[in-house]
Design a binder for this molecule. Structure first.
Ligand code: ATP
Ligand code: MG
Length: 264
């Protein structure tokens, strides 16, 4: 009798603990979901501010320097100085434009993932000196907006990782999708990740950087996943996202999250 009541108590405590665990996990997932949406919104806002405010101020400065150059043609020392200032203003304009595009590429809202990806890969290759072979399937149908954002962030983070960690001179990107799923694979031919590190990274340990954890979280929210394969020949990151018939495609989705078209 005593044994039975103890068993009952234990089993009740166990169910209570399980319930608590489920509740906390759901609360944490909810929080990370909201944080990711906030991060996207914040990036979009900063991108717009940079482009519309700082970018416009610099453009005005550039025009003023052109006038200055006209009016000091006779003074070669002043003209040389004005040319230096013009060059610095051009450089600052370029930097602001690149930064705002990277924070939230306007192309993504307007023309969709495949074109935005081509543009990003081309810029990445030029800046990093890494030769990237891209095979990006382009179809007229748009993917759901959240899928497009997730895929773009996976592309950005994976390429940044290739640049920072792999030491590779060559990489390849493959993107395919049908009505059921989208698959994006980023492969490099660099030093790879050691088995021990890979093991640490596959757990939920604090060893994981923000990059991999963020990619996993974005994909998990869409019921997708990230597979990492690595050896001495290089690393491959493969993101798979199911496409639900119920999700509206990107250009039909409304709401405050869209709309950096003014940046283009
Ligand atoms: N392409 C790669 N080649 C070699 N190592 C890689 C590659 N991608 C990731 N790694 C390893 O995985 C680790 C985790 O990557 P993750 O992006 O999560 O963090 P991070 O890049 O170090 O920092 P951050 O939080 O700024 O992204 C890296 O520190 C690196 O050791
Ligand atoms: Mg990273």
């Amino acid at each position: 009798m005593w044994k039975l009541s103890k068993h009952l108590k234990l089993s009740r405590a166990n169910s209570e603990l399980e319930r608590l665990l489920l509740e906390r996990t759901a609360a944490l997932q909810n929080l990370s979901h909201r944080l990711l949406i906030l991060q996207d919104d914040e990036r979009r806002k900063i991108a717009r501010e940079l482009h519309d405010n700082t970018g416009q101020t610099l453009a005005a400065l550039r025009m003023a320097i052109s006038c200055l150059q006209e009016s000091c043609k006779a003074n070669s020392a002043a003209l040389a100085m004005a040319s230096d200032v013009a060059q610095l203003a051009d450089q600052a304009l370029d930097e602001i434009r690149t930064m705002s595009y990277l924070l939230h590429p306007p192309l993504l809202d307007e023309v969709g993932f495949p074109c935005a990806a081509e543009w990003y890969i081309e810029g990445f290759s030029k800046r990093s000196g890494i030769n990237v072979k891209a095979d990006i399937a382009n179809s007229p149908e748009r993917l759901p907006k959240r899928v497009e954002i997730a895929l773009f962030r996976v592309l950005q983070e994976s390429l940044t990782n290739v640049h920072r960690h792999s030491g590779a001179t060559d990489a390849s990107i493959n993107f395919q999708h049908d009505a059921e799923a989208a698959i994006l694979e980023i492969r490099d031919f660099g030093r790879g990740i050691t088995r021990e590190r890979l093991l640490l990274l596959s757990g939920a340990s604090a060893e994981t950087g923000v990059g991999l954890a963020g990619m996993r979280e974005r994909l998990r929210e869409l019921d997708g996943n990230l597979e990492i394969q690595s050896d001495g020949q290089g690393t491959s990151m493969r993101a798979t996202v199911p496409i639900r018939a119920t999700s509206p495609p990107a250009q039909f989705e409304g709401g405050g999250e869209v709309g950096l078209s003014a940046l283009a």
